[in-house]
Design a protein around this ligand. Structure first.
Ligand code: ARG
Ligand code: ASP
Length: 674
């Protein structure tokens, strides 16, 4: 066992040779990339990026709210992330009277900063390979328990890399007192909204500002008025010098999920079955929610975060299917597999085994995805779970219910239930006997859904009662769904290929690929662990004869201004600044005009989770906040196309301009050392 492990490490060292910009690298192994990075202009060392012995850039990067990235930009724990990453927190603090989404929010001193219940950030203490410890018989749980006992607020995770060929321990400090410091109005932070989402050229000021608080010993602590701003081991210096085509860029963050090494069968599943159906279900849900939002300002706020979440992947999957088809990913994979078979006949059985494993698990994985996209979206079930919880006190249950109903509209949920139960009736082969019986009693899914909402007494907070909720019609529904949840559990993994019965074959397959395909750069697929990707600022050919420049400016915002359309209704403060060219220290000459830079694109390999990530120049200084990819990049989780894939970044100078000129929060600019 030991011997093969060692061989795997050796294999990694020898395959780390390619020079493309593709790849998301583990910071603790970055020394193997540093030569390539330096040849592309990087000036720092591997130790500057990641070190366990001294403060390094990694100490300034945070996992934000369990799915995004953020960066610390002052010695007082000031944090930048995306507006869309802070959206849940900003929305939860908002009401029709305090509409921080529409109006923005700016604290003018520490006392005005708003605590965000439930919001957590994690800072990596260190990572280390534990493949051998696991091989020697230690369990993940034992490794985690030992690591968490090392320090106050420590949280640990063991993650597998290369489909189980390596295991890594990640130890974080978990901070749960995080406060909102600033957010631009939606018309800046979400400018262009779903129309412009996944699109370049882009003009979104997708940033928000938070602060980490700690106890008097600078340790993680629950919220307390006496907590103090956290002093980080390291924070990012900001560069306002600007960027140009070809400049080195590096991104440091928490990419969530890529599937670089999957076989043709998995590509087919994604592009022909999974994505098209998920898009179809989400179209229905978005139609229902959008219509309700258009009718009521209250519903618009209540469902703002939910709508944005549903719409985001909905649009991405459409681009992904197009991209996979355009690149011919399926056929390329087939050809690659044929070549592998021909050159490694003794290992061809790995591909056969993978194929059989995909077939065996497809129905289960499909039912898991189906459940996630249909039944899980019926929200009123959640109050039954609250009422029945064994962990919560009655007081906590009441509080949780209040939080739930704050953003709930029963008419929306009823329509969602009708639509999603009908879809489940059509496709769900893991349907329970109980749910089947309920459908049958009420003349099918639609009849049952309507009966359910006519007969539940949980429609409003006033109707909610902990005891009666347990025997409500909604409780009967939840009980009928429970066996389905039980059955799909076996398939609940990050990706289709991570189901143990499939991964078991992926592990030797990926290893065999590494031994065979020496020219390929084998980075471990993203799994929400800290990674470094690097590349350069670059435009690209969008279509024949149509080149896209790498930077946008305020001119483009003003060109899109339309007071009639909510998403393009530019705030007056920006219009005024534009009219008088009052850009203060943030104005620049660009494309032959005096203007303000807004966004730029680069060739960094990114994915969901990289949102909010610091984008750094060759000296490790902050030049922007990552937030998206372009339309022609949406398939990059499956096939990254070097010539076309671009990540989209909010220029730090636009962030500063908005904080200063729109927010009037000059004290933050000063705090950032500018
Ligand atoms: N596409 C970006 C990402 O995947 C931004 C999403 C936020 N915007 C939205 N309209 N939902 O996170
Ligand atoms: N917008 C994404 C995020 O939230 C980033 C991406 O998918 O490119 O992480």
């Amino acid at each position: 066992m030991k011997r093969t492990l060692l061989l795997f490490a050796l294999l990694l060292a020898t395959t780390f040779s390619a020079v493309a910009d593709k790849g998301m690298w583990l910071p603790s192994l970055i020394s193997s990339r540093i030569k390539d990075m330096k040849s592309k202009g990087f000036k720092l060392s591997a130790e500057d990026i990641y070190s366990v012995n001294q403060a390094s850039l990694k100490d300034a990067v945070v996992l934000f709210d369990g799915g995004c990235t953020g960066e610390i930009v002052s010695e007082k724990g000031l944090l930048l992330t995306n507006h869309h990453c802070g959206y849940d927190a900003i929305q939860a603090l908002s009401s029709v009277d305090h509409d921080y989404l529409t109006n923005g929010f700016w604290a003018m001193n520490h006392d005005e900063e708003l605590y965000c219940p439930g919001l957590k950030v994690h800072i990596l203490v260190r990572m280390e390979e534990v493949t051998e410890r696991i091989a020697a018989g230690e369990t993940k749980e034992q490794i985690i328990a030992k690591a968490e006992a090392e320090g106050i607020g420590y949280r640990a995770k063991v993650e597998s890399m290369y489909y189980g060929n390596m295991a890594y321990l990640f130890i974080y400090r978990e901070f749960s007192d995080v406060r909102l410091v600033g957010a631009p109005p939606t018309t800046i932070g979400k400018f262009g909204a779903d129309n412009d989402n996944w699109i370049w050229p882009r003009h979104t000021g997708d940033f928000s500002v938070f602060r980490i608080y700690a106890n008097e010993n600078n340790e993680p602590a629950e919220y307390s008025a006496s907590n103090k701003p956290y002093t980080p081991a390291r924070h990012f210096q900001i560069s306002t010098k600007g960027i140009k085509e070809g400049d080195f860029t590096m991104i440091y963050g928490f990419p969530g999920n890529t599937q670089e090494y999957i076989t043709s069968d998995a590509v087919k599943y994604i592009s022909e079955l999974s994505d098209p159906l998920k898009i179809h279900f989400r179209t229905e849900r978005l139609d229902i929610i959008g219509a309700a939002q258009a009718q009521s300002p209250k519903t618009r706020i209540q469902y703002a975060a939910k709508q944005a979440n549903i719409a985001n992947a909905w649009k991405k999957w459409q681009g992904e299917v197009k991209g996979i088809n355009r690149l011919g990913t399926y056929n390329k994979k087939l050809a690659y597999e044929a070549k592998f078979r021909k050159e490694n006949p003794e290992k061809a059985y790995l591909l056969d085994s993978l194929k059989a494993a995909y077939e065996r698990n497809m129905e289960g994985y499909f039912n898991y995805e189906l459940y996630s996209e249909t039944l899980r979206g019926i929200e009123l079930q959640q109050v039954v779970a609250i009422a029945k919880s064994e962990k919560l006190s009655d007081e906590q249950k009441q509080a949780a219910a209040e939080l739930f109903y704050k953003d709930f509209d029963v008419n929306v949920d009823r329509q969602l239930a009708v639509a999603m139960l009908k879809e489940y009736e059509k496709y769900g082969t893991f349907i329970s006997e109980e749910l089947k019986a309920l459908f049958a009693q009420h003349g099918g899914a639609e009849g049952y859904a309507n009966w359910l909402y006519d007969n539940t007494s949980l429609s409003t907070l006033e109707g909610f009662n902990i005891e009666s909720a347990k025997s409500d019609a909604m409780a009967e529904f939840a009980a009928a769904v429970a066996p389905i949840q039980q059955r799909i559990k076996a398939y609940t993994y990050r990706n289709f290929s991570n189901i143990p019965d499939i991964e078991r074959w992926f592990r030797p397959y990926v290893k065999a690929l590494m031994e065979w395909d020496k020219k390929r750069a084998f980075f471990p697929d993203a799994n929400l662990t800290l990674r470094v990707a690097y590349g350069k600022v670059a435009g690209y050919e969008y279509a024949d004869g149509e080149w896209h420049l790498p930077q946008t400016t305020l001119e483009g915002i003003i060109a899109k201004d339309n007071p009639e359309i909510y998403d393009y209704n530019v705030p007056q403060a920006l219009r005024d600044a534009y009219a008088t060219k009052d850009y203060g220290r943030w104005g620049v000459e660009m494309y032959g005009k005096y203007t303000v830079p807004v966004c730029f694109i680069a060739t960094n390999h990114t994915t969901g989770g990289n949102s909010g990530s610091p984008v750094l120049n060759n000296k490790g200084e902050l030049i922007g906040v990552n937030f998206d990819r372009t339309w022609l990049s949406t398939m990059s989780d499956i096939e990254f196309d070097e010539t076309l894939c671009r990540n989209i970044i909010c220029d730090i100078r636009y962030v500063l301009f908005v904080v200063d000129k729109v927010g009037g929060a000059g004290w933050l600019i000063e705090e950032m050392g500018l």
